[in-house]
Design a protein around this ligand. Sequence first.
Ligand SMILES: [Zn+2]
Length: 245
Amino acid sequence: MNNSLETIKNIIINNGNIVVLGGIEVMLEAGLNGVRAEHIAYDIEQKYGYPNDDIVSSLFFSRRVDIFYKYYKEIILNKNDIQPTNVHYGVAKLEHYGKLDTVITRMVYGLYQKAGCNKVIELHGSVEGNRCPACGKIFGSNYIRNAKGIPECDVCNVPLRPGFSLLGEMIDNGKITQASFAVERANVLLILGAPINSTLCKYMVKYYKGDKMILLNKDESPGDYTANYRAYGNVGDMFSYIMDF
Ligand SMILES: [Zn+2]
């Protein structure tokens, strides 16, 4: 471990009011594909006959719900046992110590909550929040995975709506406002597994007014220099080291 990790660790130890931006690399390290699965886009088009971004669009959902749910089960829920990593547990530890204001993420697996976090804003919703459009009953990811064919409400027998937003749908404005206020009042802005030029950072970093923006990611990206402190490598390993206090 290098010196900058030591510096970052001291900042975390000595400061509160931390807002975490949880990025895509955290999800990839957990072995998950995400909704769009950009890293296997070519394979998806070969297998399903449609581009990944088409399949997860609201238009496609209304026309080919059968293919959508095949993709949901096989690609989005690509692991049977979806478990938090050291990153999620580390963020939960921040909350336990009273240091966490909020964790904000575009990821949809509910892993921060699974690790014990309560202060989570999932901008795009969650695979744990699939909903019956008729009665509003909520169904988790296991229900989707185990359903034969198109998952239906066990009361109304109508196809469920996915718990995450589809491309072409508006993101909940209330969530964005809540997230931007959190970033605005943050003392430390801790970016885990996302480059500064990612969509998540592009929308959120501009609200930060402090001088303790920390970025941990796998590789360096253009634009990252605007962070005050940076370290590169396996995000889980780095954050485990930082949170070992
Ligand atoms: Zn229902």
